[in-house]
Design a protein around this ligand. Sequence first.
Ligand code: FDA
Length: 509
Amino acid sequence: AHPPPPLSHNISSCLLSNGVTNFSLPSSPTYTPLLDASIRNLRFELPGVGKPAAVILPSSQRDLQRAVACVVNASLAVRVRSGGHSYEGLSYTTENRVPFAVVDLSNLNRVVVDAAAATAWAESGATLGEVYHAVGLSNRSLAFSAGSCATVGMGGHVAGGGFGLISRKFGLAADNVLDAVVIDAGGRAMARDAMNADVFWAIRGGGGGSFGVVYAWKLRLVPVPENVTVFSVDRTGPVELIAGLMHKWQYVGPSLPDEFYLSTYIPTGSSDGNMSMSFTGQVLGPKHLAMSVLSRTFPELGLAESELSEVSWLESTVMFAGLSSVADLTNRQPGVGEYAKRKSDYVRAPISMQDTIKILRYMLTGPEGSIQLDPYGGAMARIGSTVTPFPNRAGYLYSIQYTVSWKASDINRADEYIRWLRSFYAFMAPYVSKNPRAAYVNYLDLDLGSNNWMNATGGTSNNSVDHAASWGECYFSTNFDRLVRAKSKVDPENVFNNAQSIPPLYHDR
Ligand code: FDA
């Protein structure tokens, strides 16, 4: 459906004349609470960060189409926000200081499950928690494969891939998208059958904010047992003991049967010279299966049956999101925000015991932070590296997510902490993937590079594609070129742009 042409170049009169009434301007008392509502990384809530000319909250697909058209017509840059969990705040800031508006999808959060067909339509503003709640309550044996934090939004998460506890069995969230509705720069809506095939490919993992606004996703739901086994255990000891566990984990985590997920998290620093390490596990099967496989493959973990519980898949999502009840899954409040900086890497060959010790010793010197190692293998390795834009499949053993975080009281030490994280990342170079040094676009990292802004609307030049390739290939490897082709088809004027968006091929205007 084509929206009527927007009537005014002024954002508020355009919205009002198009029947979009739920928006807030900087002069309104609702503006700051609405803007801050889903800001997860408090670094981007600080007063020095540029603020939008409007926060618009569409409540229907039609509202969304008209909101996009009005923002473009008012010559404002578009920032689309679903869950607001972008690591670099790209859904509600601009890096080149152009005037912009936030189109916030938090009221577009309906999830309609067809349990018989094992599919669901989820609007992009739905959180993972809202999707899990709707899916798990529809049928105890149905699930959706996506990440663990309940307040992450479907819009950004699926657009960037979406890895979670059942991805070794069923792939990423983006691997389980059957259809989608995308709104283009003119406010027009297209479903899969009206979309160029490259565009439908690009929206499933090519990163949010480049290819239009995804209004809703049609999801494939997957079968899970009525009970799954879960555990979360901590181990503490001297560096050598923790290094032994981490070293062995590299051989176990990525090669367990597909039904198993076993990740590990190691905080920086030590207490009394000891380090700690936690393991998070989920097995799509009963306790005795979990025990028999893990005690054979990873006896060093010393897992006891008393550390395991059997729960429904829905209850497991509550536990892994750090919540206490199924009802909490629909609470959209992101909880206590954080000041943080994160980076990512992939490991293709196990790191030696000697080097593992060196890595942990380096971590002893760090500020508050951690590494999280997520096992690949299984379905992650069987899905081809060009099936979706997400390329890190066969041969990628595990991902590393590096984090430093700090409190408001330490704000003046933020640069020092971020410098430490960058030096740790530099130290890790010999141990991780190379040419390109792979990274995960959902763990967005502007250190990898950013677009050269050639003009106020984020225009392109004839070398912007080469420039963007320098980080684009870290996220997408050789899939980057197809993303540029998709972008050139769906948004040749580069209306949907941000610091790391995919540029279109240059054309003279
Ligand atoms: P946000 O709204 O900030 O959007 C992110 C990007 O996508 C922005 O560029 C935005 O413009 C764009 N975008 C948003 N909605 C869009 C739409 N409808 N159409 C087009 N573009 C859109 N990842 C993972 O794989 N597994 C995990 O377990 C976790 N866990 C996790 C925990 C926590 C606490 C955080 C902060 C993050 C994660 N992540 C993660 C990373 C997460 O997947 C990533 O940050 C997502 O992009 C967040 O999506 P949101 O919609 O919440 O972000």
